[in-house]
Design a protein around this ligand. Sequence first.
Ligand code: ADP
Length: 561
Amino acid sequence: MNVFMSLQQLDQLPRDFIKRKIMINLEQTKYKVIDEAVQLLEWKITPSEVECHIFWKDTYVTDEEYRRLLPYQRINHFPGSYMLGKKNELCRNLNRMRKMFPDDYDFFPRTWQLPYQSEEVRQKQGKAIFIVKPEANCQGRGIFLTKKLDPFLDKHYVVQEYLSNPYLIDGLKFDLRIYVLLKSIYPLKIFMYQEGLARFSTKKYVKPQKKNLGSVTMHLTNYAINKRSKDFVFNNDTNKDDVGHKRSLSSVLKYLQDQGHDINQLLNQIKKVIVKTIQSVQGDLTHLYRSQQHNTDGIEQCFELFGFDILLDSSLKPWLLEVNHTPSFSTDTPLDKIIKRNLIRDTLILLDVKNKPKKIYLDQKRAPVYQRPIKMSLEEKEKQQIKMSLYEDKHLNGYIKIYPDEIKDYYEQFMPPKPKERDSMINQQLEQFKNVERALKNQIEVKPSKSKNAKRLSTNQSFSDLDGQSLQQLTGRNTVIPQTRAVSQQRPFSSITTINRTISAVRKPVLSNQYQNLNISQNQKRLVYPSPVEFHPKPVYKMIPIKNFSFQKIENNQKNE
Ligand code: ADP
């Protein structure tokens, strides 16, 4: 039995969805196939930024562009989606999750970020083959295999353990391109497209040895690299999607099924890889989305079509190689065309773009302020969500909903804490902090407890809560919190959200000193609110954990240890 739709079935799905009033701006995309999909829906292509309902842009979107978005408009990227799309960011996010959930996040080959993790990776040398990737390149550019990393340890690379046992078809290595629609970040809604691509290398695979490490057409499956090989066979007949070096995803699944493999199980594993990967950045993306979003009346203003690259090893375990937040929609072959055209069309249909919100917005703008309706109530929003879910279920076409699905409870453990939960935890923390503050004000010298295990006093707790472990409980499981002591040895804050959460959780003057010391990237620094420079240095108290326990005032300009 076929558990996956074939390419032909997918192409012939009845899609009655014509909405002539919808306008789309395609000025910032070079891909013709987007235009073609839009034509099939009979939407209007407009150059007007003000009138359009939806923007399609090939590259990421700037803060300024998000700010200019009108409340009824949508755009095909989330702010911060580079957290998945950039190799170094993905590595950081998935490594963080793996530390907390080693068994659940073992689908990403061991990966290190150079130069920051050079010590860790140095120790692995000699045992494995590494694949070294420039941080921000794509299409296999600048990638190489090596056993020795010494010459690169001080450079900006992402280093990954090379998976040397790939599943082979016709003796060739291949990877899968799976298209994933992130339709909403909060509540989380993820859809996987049933059709995708399988990209094959052109040279028969041999296990990596010193002399073949340079053979890119054997070790890399990128289309951009292999199409230049004389051995590359283009697929020119969509009725035969299982030939050549670029095939349809469904043809590979069918092949695997014919070999006796359990495709259902494989697909379930792939779905989990996708959902858990997105969950690793859900907290950050939600925070950024909400801070940029204009519309609080339930319109999902951002969506994103990701390309997940998955490699199957010889035991058919799916490994995530990377996530593309700006996947290519070029259509060199008829196969590309048919897959991508249907993909874009089904994506646009699933979004449920309507003219009504635009009309409401324009009417409201014209009306005097006192006549403008009040915001939607919570119940109204919930009703709208239910309506939206019903719409989605009816208009999946080539998509499968992979979150929420029947194993929603399993994913719960990887979710960032809900705003309410977080608030109450933060309040408790603030209460504790106030106690310490009172003690400080009264200049009470507190004596250590006599109990053997209580090395610290209870009033002291707030300070210790600045430490990784307790703040981690406070702000959620999947955040890495810097520690108060030995700040210089810590890695930067895991995210903007973490910084903001941390700031609200503890008193700003105390923290400001700490995080001025941190090596936050320019990009993150820019987004932090309030920015470190806005803090006026105030006296900071430091705990001296010695026998005669007392508080000591630190001078303003003195940095925390
Ligand atoms: P790019 O964005 O440049 O395509 P990828 O991370 O996708 O970079 O790597 C390019 C290709 O290298 C992949 O398509 C795959 O064939 C191969 N590759 C990447 N990482 C690994 C790995 N850890 N083990 C084996 N092969 C890999």
